[in-house]
Design a protein around this ligand. Sequence first.
Ligand SMILES: Nc1nc2c(ncn2[C@@H]2O[C@H](COP(=O)(O)OP(=O)(O)OP(=O)(O)O)[C@@H](O)[C@H]2O)c(=O)[nH]1
Ligand SMILES: [Mg+2]
Length: 593
Amino acid sequence: MGNNTPTTQIHPGASRAVLSSLLADFDRDLGSVRELRPMAAMEAEVGELREDLEEQLDRAKSAAVICLVGSTGAGKSTLLNALVGRDVAIEGVDRPTTSAPVIYRPRDADVSKILEGLPGQPPTVVSYDADPDAGAGSFWRGQILIDAPDTNSVATVHREVVKGLSARADVLVVVAHRQSIAELSSATFIDLFAERRGMVFVLGRTDELDESAKEELLGQLRNLRDDRWRSPDAPVLAISARTAKTDPGGGNVAALKSQLSSLIAAEKLGSVRRRNAVGNVARIAALIKGRAAELEGATKALDEGLEGGAEAWRSGLVDAIHERLDVRQPDLARMLWNDAAKVWDGPGGYALRVGGLSAVGMGAGAAVARRNPVLAAGLAVGSVAADRLRGAVRERQFESTSGLLPGASELEALQRDAFLGARLAAEDAYMDGAADEMVPTSDELDGHAAGAVDDAWDRLVRVDLPREAGHAVPKGLRLLIDLPVYGLGIWVLVRVILGFVRDSYVGGDFLVSAAIIAFAWLFLARALVRMRLSSRSSSLLTEVRGGVEQRLGQAARTSIEARQKRLGKGREALLRLQSADALWRQRLHGEDL
Ligand SMILES: Nc1nc2c(ncn2[C@@H]2O[C@H](COP(=O)(O)OP(=O)(O)OP(=O)(O)O)[C@@H](O)[C@H]2O)c(=O)[nH]1
Ligand SMILES: [Mg+2]
């Protein structure tokens, strides 16, 4: 008992491998549905059936155990005595008679497993000398026969004792008499073992019945056997133990002996036990089927809750991040000017690079240049330096993704609202600990969100922005802007050289005017190029948006994927468990099952 390795010598037709793989699959499926909440209600029952399943498979070499069960006064003890051929059990008129079970066993049979933990009065053990070589005519070839207390009297402990004995038996002989058949139709005791034990039904005390009453009662018993206990193959016999006691060949006891002999014959016993084992599988399957709708509903609701939650979380977060990306648009444009200027080696590139401060500084420089060239130069250089510093700070801020994600409390609220449905469904579908694991936590989602934003932004900064900067201002346009400045420069140079040669120097006004013209041209060009780059930067931003959306979509998927997989495994296991008995029968080749 409690031994985890099913023994298979009892199943000549079924290989050890088939049984252990069936059992392993069955256990794995039971394991994956155990955490489902609706299973809690049947946990004890499933556990008991599962244990019995293993015990049936474990009984490899133990002697066959036959247990007589039934209502008080049905004639169980008398029948045992008739079978044994002497009075080993007490028959009686006082109801109930039998409190201490009688165990009739071969001298060498180990009954310790039968006695272990049995409630009620200690059984009387009577030994006999078995003759395994005796011919088919001899009934006593090694089985254990038990006379159990009743299943229906006021002595409730009796029911516990019968339950314990039946659990340890291979075959139950259900004894009924006229007064107890009606009661059987509402009895729960036989129900408990239906399909899980070999059964033989006996209508007892038939010497008290006339032929028509006997037939009617037999019919009732057959109906119960078929409809209530789903054991259409089980024999139903009419017996008079009293007749058999006076006339060993009478009372139809020989028929019972022959039925029992064939059930417990060595080559058949394995199949009885295997059928008993499969009966347990069938009972578990039926239990789960009984709650299939509830299980299906709860798991489906969770599946949908996760799906809907992930989508709500994704779209809520996408909206929040988009708002924040919009705020970054001017910075992005500025970065694009800067980067485009870096790859533009020429006056146009320089003009593009200088920021607002430089422009103001240079304008001021140009304005005072005629009167104070030194101050002018100082203004220009100072403003460019200030711009550089500001540019560096901006660049660092720009590269960081902080501020693109909503704050912790906003994220938490987003998670809570999005997965509210999933959370409620998880509590219906799973036990407490597992229910918590079935819904993505805020921490986990925040990590995903940060990863998605970092990835998308990193791609912008490292790949898309430099790429865009590389061809944002085409070469032709650069030349168009730079050439007039070079031309002006050359002309100024020519005039200066000519003046030097002719000894008529060009005046300062001429140089300042030339500088003002060059600056004016460059700043006009700068304004136009910046306009062009602004529109480029907004398309870059659109790409970032797309990237964030896509990555958040993946993140949302990742956050529920493993959970949906676990859910799916549970749902598949539920389906398999509901038809597990059919699979067992099929894999065991339906041999005598
Ligand atoms: N006429 C007749 N009486 C029987 C027969 N079998 C048993 N009885 C009587 O029915 C009564 C009850 O028999 P028991 O064998 O003690 O019944 P039991 O099922 O063991 O009852 P509990 O031990 O109380 O559960 C006794 O008086 C028996 O003599 C039978 O085949 N024919
Ligand atoms: Mg009795």
